[in-house]
Design a protein around this ligand. Structure first.
Ligand code: FAD
Ligand code: MLT
Ligand code: ZN
Length: 475
């Protein structure tokens, strides 16, 4: 194979590997794969490959490696950082894992599920539930995001506080490396110290080191007792104090602990059909506490009521609603889950997915809000998210009436403004969404020196021609 091919020859070769169902070349078919969920980027690609097996992925990657053709791997295309969007050159092949959507195995004794990369996260949750188990990873995009995508971004989400990030939920991996070789590491082992943990290198690599084709996922006992509370709290300190109260009472029961600002909840009530505030009065700060136990007699509702009574007495909680049915519980969760969509509908917004040590979250929120409003008068900070992990989405909504493009032109000033506070508190500029295309220019500043040099050496060793998701992660 020559080390480059004219586009028509390349398409012929791809067609031989994938057949007509596995290759999209029509502009209208390709279009949905060329922009991201946030509509920050629009790229170009000469085709979208949709392999149906690991062998087909390997054959495509071998062809691309031989011809120096850049590959943009894509799962559900819900990346918040433009990670799955090709650049504008038109030289990229988008490689979608959508057709690799089989659950290969599920073992209720090992408590593992072997799922292909294109399995949608919600389907994985449902398959686990059908087997009487739980796959706990949960996030707003779970109806679209895929196993390959959540592993490649090491997604966090709402249950990290209890179960860890995607990385902690993975035991084994199958992947196609940048030279087209297949690595079968689908081991179902709890213990496996056999040299460098390649699986952990690929998790969070955002498609820059290979294509994840399947994974062994950890399952957990399903919840047999649950309780949920939506609380208005006095301020950010009170939110954290409430987290501590629940954690001290029974850490293992805290499945999610989420913070929301009054502004974000107002947006949800305003823009999302069916979302109503379950409390008599609006507040500036809210918390959602979700408790779960595999013990049917855990008494979580009583525990929640008792902790909330203490917190009310202490003036931390102002009011709280505990749902009486599963339908009510789902309505309460929607207030939290619809935050990204509601912000979109309100206008242009800039996302800052940051983390700090948990104890410093209140200070971080207060300092960032003050600095942001000073930077862009009239803008509306919308801090919300996974306060139990120290991970807040310190997002900023445009001032009402401002030209959205003019506001977005300030994106980097806004991110710098938040990042200055985050750095001062010893935090991270990307907690769970990754680097993608959006934050590559921050890598040298935040991770420069030995850390970035090691990452670049790993990339060069595994992908010497730089075909795997170029322009992402590394500056
Ligand atoms: P894509 O967006 O398609 O890809 C993401 C990255 O992984 C890209 O770099 C892509 O090239 C690479 N990739 C995808 N599949 C593979 C593969 N098989 N092999 C190698 N590389 C691959 N993230 C969180 O962590 N927590 C949240 O709470 C959260 N909430 C969200 C809510 C909404 C409404 C949305 C839209 C997104 C949210 N995200 C969240 C961001 C996003 O990271 C996750 O949705 C998810 O991890 C991405 O999965 P995906 O299949 O859509 O991946
Ligand atoms: C979420 O937790 O809902 C997303 O990760 C955050 C966002 O949209 O900024
Ligand atoms: Zn999040």
């Amino acid at each position: 194979m020559p080390d480059s091919l004219p586009p028509a020859r390349l398409l012929d070769e791809l067609d031989k590997i994938l057949g007509p169902r596995g290759l999209l070349t029509d502009a209208a078919d390709i279009a949905p794969h060329l922009s991201d969920w946030r509509a920050l980027y629009r790229g170009a690609a000469f085709a979208v490959a949709r392999p149906a097996s690991t062998e087909e992925v390997a054959a495509v990657v071998r062809l691309c490696a031989a011809t120096g053709t850049p590959i943009t791997p894509q799962g559900g295309n819900t990346s918040m950082v433009g990670g799955a969007t090709p650049d504008g050159s038109g030289r990229h092949l988008v490689l979608s894992l959508a057709r690799m959507n089989r659950i290969r195995a599920l073992d209720a004794l090992d408590m593992t599920m072997t799922a292909e990369a294109g399995v949608v996260l919600k389907t994985a949750q449902e398959k686990a539930a059908e087997a009487g188990a739980l796959f706990p990873l949960s996030l707003g995009a779970e109806g679209t995001a895929t196993i390959g995508g959540v592993l490649s971004t090491n997604a966090g989400g709402n249950t990290t506080v209890r179960y860890g990030n995607a990385r902690e939920l993975m035991l084994g991996l199958e992947a196609v490396l940048p030279d087209g070789s297949i690595w079968n590491g689908l081991r179902r082992l709890r213990k496996d110290n056999t040299g460098y943990a390649l699986r952990h290198l690929l998790v969070g690599a955002e498609g820059t080191l290979g294509i994840v084709t399947a994974a062994v996922l950890r399952l957990f006992p399903r919840a047999r007792d649950t309780a949920l509370a939506f609380c208005a709290v006095r301020d950010e300190d009170a939110a954290l104090a409430l987290f501590r109260r629940f954690r001290d009472r029974d850490e293992s029961a805290v499945r999610a602990f989420e913070y929301m600002s009054g502004t974000g909840v107002d947006f949800c009530v305003r823009h999302i059909e069916g979302v109503v505030l379950p409390l008599a009065e609006r507040a500036d700060h809210y918390v959602l506490v979700d408790l779960a136990s595999s013990r049917p007699d855990a008494g979580l509702r009583a525990m929640a009521e008792s902790v909330l009574a203490e917190a009310l007495e202490a003036g931390e909680v102002l009011d709280a609603a505990l749902p009486e049915s599963e339908a009510q519980a789902q309505r309460i969760w929607r207030i939290r889950e619809e935050h990204p969509e509601a912000q979109k509908r309100e206008g242009a917004s800039v996302k800052n997915d940051v983390s700090v040590p948990v104890s410093t979250v209140p200070e971080m929120i207060r300092r960032c809000c003050a600095a942001l409003v000073e930077l862009i008068p009239g803008s509306r900070p919308v801090p919300f998210g996974h306060i139990g992990d120290g991970n807040i989405h310190m997002n900023l909504e445009q001032p009402p009436g401002m030209d959205p493009a003019a506001f977005l032109a300030r994106s980097h000033d806004i991110m710098d403004c938040v990042n200055a506070v985050v750095r001062d508190l010893g935090g991270s500029f990307s907690a769970e969404h990754g680097i993608g295309r959006l934050k590559t220019d921050m890598m040298a500043d935040w991770r420069g020196g030995a850390e970035l040099a090691a990452m670049q050496a790993i990339k060069a060793a595994l992908d010497p021609r730089g075909i795997m998701n170029p322009g992402k992660v590394l500056p």
